[in-house]
Design a protein. Structure first.
Length: 224
């Protein structure tokens, strides 16, 4: 797949710094609130990790989105980019457990969690149905959306992209690496119910893969 390399823009304007500071202050307040009222301590490696990892995903993902500007392209090219990015997001969501098959015979119901898990995991909204089950976890939604948005911009930057070359997406190193993010989380991490036991081993590895994936999709050093 022919992609264009990009020169990273590490500059931060005053507005970005202001909103970034507001975001960090809000996150710190939410962490403090959860430590005080959520019944979870942060005195061990496990306790600290379960607060840090999801916020890293969210902050890095939002920064990547803010610092990436789509090029001016035709409406046709934009639609192709949206379809590719949408399909990419669905792959991440399916592997990462956001969307999964339902359980035939059960009565559909919603589940909302606000206090049990740390910020970034909460607020968690889940739907369990016969056909499909959906679990909306903030840090995963932001992380997968950021990766998909970067793929979208990459498609727009790839001038002359045709439908026949869309399969080349999976020959892109950074795109395939991005798909490994939910794979690492799912294989090593399991469900959010055991986050306290599994965060250091599984989500540490997934976070490293996520950060490398975002960097590669933003920078694109392997373009040709």
């Amino acid at each position: 797949m022919s992609t264009l390399t990009r020169r990273p823009d590490f500059s931060l304007d005053r507005e970005t710094l202001l909103y970034g500071a507001l975001l960090l202050n809000t996150e710190l307040l939410l962490v403090a609130f959860h430590v005080l009222f959520g019944g979870t301590t942060a005195t061990s490696l496990t306790g600290i990790a379960q607060y840090v990892y999801p916020l890293v995903w969210i902050n890095v993902g939002l920064l990547a989105i803010v610092k990436t500007t789509p090029p001016p392209v035709s409406q046709s090219q934009r639609r192709k980019g949206m379809l590719v990015a949408g399909a990419y997001f669905l792959v991440l969501a399916a592997i990462g457990g956001i969307v999964r098959p339902g359980s035939p015979g059960i009565e559909s119901y919603f589940q909302f969690n606000l206090l049990y898990l740390p910020p970034g995991w909460n607020p968690m909204l889940a739907y369990f149905g016969e056909v499909v089950s959906v679990t909306l976890i903030p840090y995963k939604l932001v992380g997968y959306a950021a990766l998909s948005y970067l793929v979208y911009v990459m498609v727009l930057d790839s001038a002359g992209l045709s439908w026949g070359t869309l399969t080349g997406l999976f020959s892109c190193v950074s795109c395939v690496l991005g798909i490994l993010v939910p794979v690492v989380s799912s294989v090593l991490g399991g469900t959010a119910a055991v986050v306290g036991q599994l965060v250091p081993q599984s989500y540490g590895a997934a976070t490293v893969v996520y950060l490398v994936s975002v960097a590669l999709l933003y920078w694109r050093p392997f373009g040709r």
